[in-house]
Ligand binder design. Structure first.
Ligand code: PMP
Length: 325
């Protein structure tokens, strides 16, 4: 028998998909790690699982306990599944700017959801800080703290990175990804650089984020206006991201991301969210820069259904000055 042990045993080991049209067009192997195929539907299942298992191991989370998190959605969704599977209560603080689809799904999964105004990290009422305070006020509760809890990047160092290495037989020339907490890029880049330091590890950054400048000048500084992308971009260097070996950064405009979201849907048959669009747009730019014959991997972070009312709604797109392309 070849069985996966419950929800927890089904996280990770996702396929690595050759994007056929985009590979042909670029002359490179453009590969997307199918993180939308995780059982909770996103790349964040890996971090959520490692955070919970790590807290159990440390004795911070005991039977009947509560997991509290501030999240743009996907980490909360992963945590809600894991809490159900392991018998914990799940409390989620989410900025009210995130899609209704993600908020509804969190409630459907049984999480206690608190929507709060979106305010900068420096404000004490930022969603992450509210989550920290809520956890401190509860017994037998942890604040998952995905941004600064290093169990997040450890998940990618121990699983996503090695999977990419094995799935490409070590023939990977570049890895590119947008970051929210930085866990994915930090864990994968650290692992791949240890295997072969010549592998280019590149950040893809949306407008309105400070990380493009962090990589190119050493200091985070916000460039451009707000992006429509969700779950990525940051104005600060999280503990997870700090010290990551990053070779370069690409700034991706929203229209490019949307164009690739629709190309992935229409040409590759993949229904994905906006961060996957940023990632694939960046992989194609990198292919152009590196020239034909290279193998470039990126992350297909989550599915499109979480964004139906926005990214896949022509009126909403038009209201943002964007088109399906
Ligand atoms: N894409 C989506 C849709 C996400 O929700 C997130 C995490 N918020 C990311 C990408 C970035 O992943 P990480 O937190 O590992 O940087």
């Amino acid at each position: 028998m070849q069985l996966s042990d419950g929800f927890v045993g089904t996280v990770g080991n996702t396929p690595l998909i050759r994007l056929q049209r985009l590979s042909r067009e670029s002359g490179c192997e453009i590969l997307g790690k199918a993180e939308f195929m995780n059982p909770g539907g996103s790349v964040k299942d890996r971090a959520a699982l490692y955070i919970v298992l790590d807290a159990e191991r440390r004795g911070e989370l005991r039977p009947g306990g509560t997991v509290v998190e501030g999240t743009a959605g996907n980490t909360g969704i992963g945590l809600a599944h894991i809490c159900n599977a392991r018998g914990y209560r799940c409390v989620i603080v989410i900025p009210e700017t995130q899609t209704q689809e993600k908020i509804d799904l969190l409630r459907t999964l049984g999480a206690e959801v608190h929507t709060v105004p979106a305010v900068p990290y420096s404000n004490p009422d930022n969603y992450q800080k509210i989550a920290g305070r809520m956890a401190a006020d509860l017994d037998n509760a942890i604040w998952a703290n995905q941004f600064d809890n290093l169990a997040n990047r450890q998940a990618h160092y121990e699983t996503t990175g090695p999977e990419l290495w094995i799935q490409t037989d070590g023939r990977i020339d570049a890895f590119v990804a947008a970051t929210g907490t930085g866990g994915t890029l930090a864990g994968v880049a650290r692992y791949l650089k240890e295997r072969r330091p010549e592998i280019d590890c590149i950040l893809a950054d949306p407008t309105g984020s400070g990380l493009y400048r962090y990589v190119t000048t050493g200091t985070p500084e916000v460039v451009g206006g707000n992006s429509i992308t969700e779950g990525i971009g940051s104005s600060r260097v999280t503990a997870n991201l700090a010290g990551t070996p990053i070779d370069d950064a690409l700034m991706i405009e929203d229209q490019q991301a949307v164009t690739f979201v629709y190309r992935l849907l229409r040409e590759e048959g993949l229904f994905l969210g906006s961060s996957s669009g940023i990632n694939v747009a960046a992989a194609m730019q990198l292919a152009q820069r590196m020239g034909p014959g290279h193998t470039i991997a990126t992350i297909l972070c989550d599915g499109g259904a979480r964004y139906s009312s926005r990214l896949f709604n022509p009126q909403w797109l038009a209201s943002k000055g964007l088109t399906a392309g």
